[in-house]
Design a protein around this ligand. Structure first.
Ligand code: RIB
Ligand code: CA
Length: 322
């Protein structure tokens, strides 16, 4: 059983990752922390609660709200992808009786900030807690600055981020999570705990097609199936228009899959750096991933391959198993 802490800028693919993690038997979600990214952090926190409420959970993970602004840059959001509420605009949906389909949830939050909760849990579970970072790395970098000794207890950081041998998705060179807070990303890479990056190079190979979603949960009337349909509709429209396919990329679900099913992925050791000041390339991740050229020094593992169909099978096996 791997203990994890999910740090998330809860957008649509983050929500799918949360659902997958909480339905992965090999995993125990100790806590969920939120950070500004896809939308501002208060919306991310609300989205975490709405996502958890879509499931029949016996107990909830600890939830703590995190940083509202990146370390240095002003925040850039992605409401055009995830909807103005960050969750496919489900908060605007109304039932036949006119009541809101997803009313604002009761926020059951820890008194601690996300940064303090991350430090506390690292201390409580020395070398047994994996941080799964699904948004900008602001909270994690601040936790490392605030208490480096405790943060060295972290077993591993598995993060969705970066683009190496493929274009970026927010500029031609940068992936969103790294672009939003490149200074935090470099800080985390320099810190020295084991890091695995799951970049666009592999997440762009895994598409949750609308046909598949319909086939798997189109006729189901349970709350989770309805949430999956409602929360993905806006992002489906974005991907149809901008990416040219009927479905969505489920970027953030892949780090969860990597932990539970490493057999579905290929990785390579590399020396990863982040461009923090380039005018055209800020947020770009740089590493030499050429086959057969082992890096002279390494600071991270990078996912370079994925069994896309195998992962989609795994995704639905887990989330619709109940
Ligand atoms: O580039 C994709 C990443 O940016 C995902 O984590 C998505 O949720 C956004 O945060
Ligand atoms: Ca995310």
């Amino acid at each position: 059983m791997q203990r994890i802490l999910l740090d998330t800028d809860t957008g649509v693919d983050d929500a799918l990752a949360i659902i997958l993690a909480l339905n992965t038997p090999e995993m125990k979600v100790e806590a969920i922390t939120t950070v500004s990214g896809n939308v501002y952090v208060d919306f991310c926190t609300r989205n975490v609660m709405l996502t958890l409420n879509a499931m029949d959970l016996g107990e909830y993970p600890i939830i703590a709200q995190g940083e509202r602004q990146p370390l240095v840059k002003p925040l850039v959001t992605a409401a055009h992808v995830h909807g103005s509420d960050g969750l496919g605009d489900v908060t605007k949906l109304h039932g036949p009786d006119g009541s809101r389909s997803y009313p604002d949830p009761e926020l059951r939050l820890a008194a601690a900030s996300a940064v303090d909760l991350i430090i506390d849990l690292a201390c409580q579970h020395p070398n047994d807690l994996v941080l799964v970072a699904l948004g900008p790395l602001t909270n994690i970098a601040k936790a490392m600055d605030k208490n480096p000794n405790q943060m060295r207890n972290i077993k591993e950081i598995v993060l969705m981020g970066g683009a190496f041998e493929t274009y970026g998705n927010v500029t031609t060179t940068a992936e969103f999570n790294i672009f939003v807070d490149p200074h935090a990303a470099q800080r985390v890479l320099d810190f020295g705990v084991p890091i695995t990056l799951v970049p666009l190079d592999v997440t762009h190979r895994v598409m949750l097609k609308s046909e598949r979603l319909k086939a798997e949960c189109g006729v189901r009337s349970d709350r989770l199936a309805k949430f999956l349909r409602d929360a993905t509709r806006v992002s489906m429209a974005y991907h149809h228009q901008r990416e040219g396919f009927d479905g969505i990329y489920i970027h953030d679900a892949l780090p969860i899959g990597l932990i539970a099913r490493p057999d579905l992925f290929d990785t390579a050791d590399a020396f990863v750096q982040v461009e923090t000041s380039g005018q055209l390339t800020q947020g770009m991740t740089i590493a030499d991933l050429r086959q057969g050229r082992p890096a002279l020094k390494t600071n991270a593992r990078v996912c370079v391959g994925v069994n896309a169909e195998g992962f989609i099978e795994h995704f639905f096996d887990c989330i619709l198993s109940t």
